[in-house]
Design a protein around this ligand. Structure first.
Ligand code: HEM
Length: 490
């Protein structure tokens, strides 16, 4: 954009205080909007519902003012999102997870940096630049295909073991999805099979305690960061429990990384090195690798588990799409017991389309967010530097103007040349984020989800005969109903 054009753009733009939004009250700003009686009473966990309502009230752009925090601007206009990401600087800032920053700051001997997920500026780039090649190199991801296949097989065995006689899973099945996701990300980050899917997992086993620690952390971060931040003034009981859970994750991670460091001492490095080994031998301090691995556990469990749960839900609710996908899998990969190779995974366009379509409706991240490092004009308003801008992908993904019959699950939208192929704006759905801060684990995540879906459809007809499912936020979008899937043997 030329200087003259952008000057004209700013000259013609309306000031920030004219961005539509709720009335700003002293002390509570616009937070009253979520209160019962005086506001709409929709809690922040029901983010999509809240955004749909504000979209009706204010249109494509609106703002919130929360005292003590940067102003927040929400946009549902793809052109704004494109500008946000195309103009971002070298070190994009993503908000959130202040509780974990506080935890790491008080355990300073083990955390020499805040880590890739939480840090900003040069500190973030120091880690990102040393790790992204390792994570995103196709060969490094495909190395995990066989083990992720084994993990998916183990999950199928576990389902058969715990499945009640009527084939319908118990209401806590989501926890089994977390076990699968932790086992999968653990094999990459900790270089070990943790055993989360073992049938005889004792309550005091390391794997069970890890599952509990990860799960409790997500609940606690969500609770502490979405309510009044008493924890910033003193260590509340919830914060202390979060610190205890993080201590367990940290100590366990240190244990496995120390084992890998020891094993590497006798290695001649002539065989293939895993991602963890590559990080250790290519210039990262073991303490920084520990932080990186904990970030993988924090970023790679809820996301993969919930994404896969939503995908299974949509396939269960759309039996003809499920059958079409099964036929693709059976013809390319083969019947149950057959393993998908890297080349088979590249020949499954309908599987990829189903994953994209599920992401459109239920992305793990309801929005991608940045704290801006320069003044911008969005939807004709001047948005000052330092504003938190949230790009509302889930809302945009559900607007008919972006996707005809947007509430319907139509994977064909993502198939080139199909009559229903979608011609939407490229910034409407970005399930793994955008730009240099984009998800570093996306290749691993895609493999995990592909392997699990292949195994599920090779083995079972999946049904769901209950109320429609929607989502609520616990850091990421979660199913708001129990996963009462029926897994019927084929
Ligand atoms: C379905 C699964 C997943 C989804 C949908 C997902 C999505 C995301 C999104 C939206 C972001 C923010 C990107 C941005 O701000 O532009 C992100 C960041 C990140 N993700 Fe994922 N993720 C998934 C799985 C994973 C896995 C399995 C790992 C680890 C192996 C992982 C590691 C990370 C890390 C470390 C970051 C921070 C990157 C940075 O700030 O430089 N994610 N992810």
């Amino acid at each position: 954009m030329s200087k003259r054009m952008s000057a004209t753009e700013f000259d013609n733009a309306k000031p920030f205080d004219q961005v539509p939004g709720l009335r700003v009250l002293p002390i509570i700003g616009t937070t009253w909007g979520m209160f019962p009686h005086i506001g709409d009473g929709i809690p922040i966990s029901r983010m999509l519902e809240l955004q749909k309502l504000r979209f009706k009230q204010f249109g494509y752009i609106w703002r919130d003012i929360v005292p003590g925090r940067p102003p927040i601007v929400y946009t549902a206009r793809p052109e704004d999102v494109e500008k946000l990401f195309k103009t971002e600087g070298k070190h994009p800032v993503r908000p959130g997870m202040d509780t974990i920053k506080a935890y790491r700051a008080q355990r300073i001997k083990d955390f020499t940096s805040a880590g890739i997920l939480l840090s900003s500026g040069d500190a973030w780039w120091q880690t990102r630049s040393k790790t992204q090649q390792t994570f995103l190199k196709p060969k490094n991801a495909t190395h995990y295909i066989p083990v992720l296949n084994d993990i998916a097989e183990d999950f199928i065995d576990r389902i058969r073991l715990i499945r009640p006689e009527n084939n319908e899973m118990k209401p806590d099945f989501i926890n089994d999805m977390y076990r699968w996701a932790l086992e999968s990300v653990g094999v990459v980050g900790l270089n070990t099979r943790l055993g989360c899917l073992r049938p005889d997992l004792a309550p005091d086993s390391e794997a069970q305690k890890l599952i509990n620690a990860a799960n409790f952390s997500f609940d606690a971060i969500n609770d502490l960061e979405h309510n009044f931040p008493f924890w910033k003034f003193f260590v509340t009981p919830m914060l202390q429990k979060l610190y205890d859970a993080q201590d367990f994750l940290t100590d366990t991670t240190i244990k496995y990384i120390s084992q890998t460091v020891e094993a590497l001492k006798g290695s001649s490095f002539d065989s293939y090195l895993s991602i963890l080994e590559q990080l250790l031998v290519r210039g990262m301090e073991p303490s920084d690798v520990v932080t990186m691995v904990i970030d993988m556990l924090m970023a790679g469990v809820d996301t993969s588990a919930n994404t896969s749960a939503f995908l299974l839900y949509y396939l269960a609710r759309n039996p003809e799409k499920q059958e079409k996908l099964r036929q693709e899998i059976l013809s390319v990969v083969g019947p149950k017991g057959s393993t998908a190779t890297a080349s088979a995974l590249n020949s499954l366009p309908y599987l990829k389309a189903c994953i994209k379509e599920s992401f459109r409706l239920m992305p793990a991240a309801n929005a991608n967010a940045r704290i801006t490092d320069k003044d911008l004009v969005l939807s004709g308003y001047i948005i000052p530097k330092g504003t938190l801008v949230a790009a509302l992908h889930q809302l945009m993904g559900r607007l008919d103007e972006n996707f005809p019959e947007a509430e319907k699950f139509i994977p064909e939208r993502w198939i080139k040349g199909d009559l229903q192929e979608s011609h939407h704006h490229p910034y409407v759905t970005l399930p793994f984020g955008c730009g240099t801060r984009m998800c570093i684990g996306r290749k691993i995540a895609e493999l995990e989800i592909q392997q699990l879906t292949i195994k599920m459809l090779q083995n079972f007809k999946v049904e769901y005969d209950h109320e429609d499912m929607s989502c609520f936020m616990r850091m990421t979008n979660m199913p708001d109903k129990p996963l009462l899937f029926k897994f019927i043997d084929l």
